[in-house]
Design a protein around this ligand. Sequence first.
Ligand code: GBH
Length: 462
Amino acid sequence: APSIVIPPVTGLPADFRWGVATSAYQIEGAAAEDGRTPSIWDTFCRKPGAVHNAEHGDVACDHYHRMPADVALIKSLGVDSYRFSVSWPRVQPGGRGPVNPAGLAFYDRLVDELLAAGIDPWVTLYHWDLPQELEDAGGWPLRDTAYRFADYASLVFDKLQDRVDTFTTLNEPWCSAWLGYHVGVHAPGRSNFDDSLFAVHHLLLGHGLATQRMRAASSSGAHTFGITLNMGTADPLTDTVTDREAARRADGMGLRIYLDPLRYGRYPADIVDELASRGSAFPVRDGDLEIISTPFEVLGVNFYFGQDFAGTDLDGNTHDALGEPVVRAVLPDTPRTAMDWPITPERFTQLLVRLHKDYPGLPMVITENGAAFADEPDSSGYVADDNRTAYLASHIGAVADARAQGADVRGYFAWSLMDNFEWAEGYAKRFGIVHVDYASQERTPKQSALWFRDTIGRVRGS
Ligand code: GBH
């Protein structure tokens, strides 16, 4: 029994969509089977010091071999939908050329298994696993990668469109571009500011090209297309002009450089001007912004926490060694998760209401929300995770609060179905609502999973 009191979720409609989410590299394993070639994450994991304990996704949750049992597990949670991603190097080895039938067959079976279980499949086409050959050719900073992505997307769409309604193109292009090509803490581990700007533009172009290709190929004309962005909030730490400018810049580089072109067909002028003053620019060609702003039906929102920003460093300087204005993230002073991320549900409401106001007319679904905690399984593998249950409850409540203020949020996917390969953090950080024993591959629903299942049942009125 929970040792803390979790108030019941109220204010969500009976037809609200409930789901759980995963991604290919984080759960599948079978890294070299049935013709799959390496992705940038297979390579990055071998780079000394890149990933905690030099861990990798060779086996992960062995989902590739345990898929039917995992679908039964998903069904037992009572969700409507399952969000998974397709591994590009599995279905199109090397990232170009013909489809690999053996690789694509896995997703074919997964979709059939989900439909037989009454679960709606939500496909993410790209969750960070770029084929290594395309990175060797230049990666996302290279314009050609956008066209390769559109080709790949249409191969997957052709095979699954008869049974899958919802296709989202990219998961969190900010992470691919910024963490992968500028900060270097994600694959491919490059550190070049201009490369990251080029990656942003080519990711967005790939999204637009893929959306256009899929929509043109849709035999029903009724598919749902979308993109998932990671977003937080960027409040000024204090009400000084310096801090307000820092928050504006953080919001511009984190949120507006994605949503403004997607929705309005233009990059934000303040950011474009500041980039120009340091000699940088997005590599826009004629017609690109029309492609990028091609209409789509759903915005996937991944939220973990909100932040404050200061325009001074800890010594009070307003500019760094390169002469750039300081943009310093300050974590709100609240309890933290095992990732050391602050727990900020009220900022989730703030974000969703702001998205509704600044980008109106765009239905939203929460495609990821969740938390890692230092779980302690009992001898049977059960985890009494009050902390995760409370996190989910407060954030689902935040969604209900945002809806009450007008935000058009249609569903919520918990991250994640099960513990998995948490990128640079390896297996040490556990986001699952189902515990995974990596020695035996045994899955055990945690308290949070049982609470989630019961909450879904109550909201549905069943
Ligand atoms: C998601 O990334 C991923 O889609 C998913 O695969 C992953 O397992 C999950 O979250 C948990 O990490 O401190 O400057 O990085 C979320 C990545 C984390 C990016 C929070 C933005 C805040 C700004 N996000 N981060 S920063």
